[in-house]
Design a protein around this ligand. Structure first.
Ligand code: IMP
Length: 328
């Protein structure tokens, strides 16, 4: 039995969807498990020439792998069925492939309505915060108690612990910079986005093989706090990188890569494979900058910056630099 994990190391939108989609194709997993978040997430996936944006549904469905929305997730029934319909209309076969953990929680209509006026955090207004709040206040509703979800329900313990040949890809949502404990509270999401969350979803720590961390070569954040320095270069970066929310279409605030927090997040999540995406965007911007040791460093070119990043990270980590449309 083994488990690989893909998780975001910044503030979401690091292109985790691309990495899970790629791994689902090449690594013969029996299951893909989404372990946190709800329809606040938007995973952009290019499959056989078509663009898809998934919110709830794990990327394994594109390759016919049993895909489970885990107990650490919250589900909007309405958005779930909309997404099922969209994928089926696009020819993706979900029959017998898509499941929801019985003990996952539900985002109700009331949760959605409650969030419509939210401005303090700048949430996606998808009802995630209220659903997690009610879960922890022991007032929530579990998937097992929703009649229309019955055909999709699965018992994680029975599914994972009765078969020696299980190989799970665990797919994270958001990023560790938005983690409720490790992010810049209160500008965080309501779930646990890091490695620990995987084990809370019923995966044994003994099965762990690779932890893939995904980052961009610059940073973006969407929400109410001020993140972007007031400089025209970041307007241009946003345009070149097409940095607009996959779920809400909001412009993402941009900034240079912060290697200090990246190093911290790599360490806290035991990352051994690192994908640094969107290198082509800085290439078109013709600027190579990042923060390290709280200083802004200006590099001459791509090679200098990538070599520097590599030299600062542990040699145990395999690093892949990738362009926007590239495979890893
Ligand atoms: P919530 O998760 O909708 O409660 O939003 C809390 C914070 O997380 C806000 O700053 C959102 O913009 C951000 N957020 C939530 N999900 C994502 C995501 O998938 N990508 C990027 N930011 C996200």
């Amino acid at each position: 039995m083994l488990a690989d994990v893909v998780l975001g190391l910044q503030h979401g939108d690091e292109a985790k969807g691309k990495v899970t989609h790629y791994l689902s194709k090449y690594k013969d997993y029996t299951h893909v498990l989404r372990f946190n978040g709800g329809c606040n997430a938007g995973h952009t996936i290019y499959h056989e020439g078509k663009k898809f944006v998934t919110h709830h549904i794990p990327a394994g469905v594109f390759y016919g792998i049993k895909s489970i929305i885990g107990p650490g997730c919250v589900i909007s029934v309405k958005h779930f069925f909309e997404e099922v319909r969209e994928l089926q209309e696009a020819g993706i076969n979900l029959r017998g492939k898509l499941f929801i953990a019985r003990n996952a929680h539900v985002i109700t209509e009331k949760h959605l309505v409650e969030e419509q006026a939210e401005t303090k955090i700048g949430t996606t207004r998808r009802g995630n915060g209220p659903a997690y709040r009610d879960k922890y206040a022991r007032k929530g509703i579990r998937a097992a108690d929703v009649s229309v979800l019955q055909p999709y329900l699965i018992d994680i313990y029975k599914e994972f612990y009765n078969d020696e040949a299980i190989k799970i890809l665990c797919e994270g949502a958001q990023g560790f910079g938005l983690d409720v404990d490790w992010g810049d509270y209160p500008y965080v999401t309501s779930s646990h986005c890091g490695l620990g969350s995987v084990f809370l979803n019923g995966v044994s720590p003994r099965w762990l093989r690779d932890v893939w961390g995904v980052a961009k070569i610059y940073e973006t954040y969407v929400g109410a706090k001020s993140f972007e320095p007031d400089l025209p270069v970041f307007e241009r970066l946003r345009e070149l990188g097409e940095e607009y929310g996959a779920t809400t279409q909001r412009p993402r605030q941009c900034n240079w890569l912060n290697l200090d927090t990246l190093q911290q997040n790599i360490t806290l999540n035991s990352i051994n494979k690192l994908v640094i995406n969107k290198v082509d965007v800085l290439r078109r911007l013709e600027q190579w900058k990042m923060y390290h040791n709280s200083q802004l460093i200006d590099f001459q070119n791509e090679k200098e910056m990538c070599d520097y990043i590599t030299s600062q990270l542990s040699s145990d980590i395999e690093i892949f630099f990738s362009d926007s449309k590239n495979r890893i």
